[in-house]
Design a protein. Structure first.
Length: 150
């Protein structure tokens, strides 16, 4: 039981710090609600004239996922480098497989346009541009006339 005493003390200190932080912030926080000017977005003293978009583009999340993937790879490479002589060829093969999997996932993200920040790519179809006339022509060609057999 004595071996777990430092863990218990650390958990208790963490709990005390959490309680102290919450209580002190509630005591020191202003009591009145903030004004609209304080809630407005602020960018280098420039008052925005348009509302900010509600959602981040998906590409933002893809870039952050690439960053996390490579961070995890680096975190795994440090212990591998420390014990490289002990794990020899097996460790080398394992890290090559791991790096290959990460590289293939990176290529997949690149092929899907994760780092392309320009306008989204659109496929060019072989059909003519849609107009009301082309839509009416297409629909009337698909429908049999009342006298025809289906």
């Amino acid at each position: 039981m004595v071996q777990y005493l430092p863990i218990l003390i650390l958990a208790l200190l963490g709990l005390l710090f959490t309680v102290f932080s919450l209580v002190s912030s509630s005591m020191l926080a202003p009591r009145k609600k903030p004004t609209a000017a304080k809630l407005a977005p602020y960018e280098c003293g420039i008052v925005p004239n348009v509302e900010p978009p509600q959602r981040f583009p998906v590409r933002f999340y893809l870039v952050s996922m690439i960053f996390i993937i490579f961070d995890i790879e680096i975190v795994f490479l440090y212990p591998w480098a420390v014990v490289f002589h002990q794990i020899a060829t097996f460790g080398l093969i394992e890290v090559i497989v791991f790096a290959a999997v990460v590289f293939v996932s990176f290529l997949y993200l690149i092929s899907n346009g994760a780092l392309t920040w320009g306008p989204p790519k659109t496929l060019q179809s072989g059909m003519p541009s849609r107009t009301s006339e082309s839509t009416i022509t297409r629909i009337s060609a698909e429908r049999p006339t009342p006298g025809e057999a289906a």
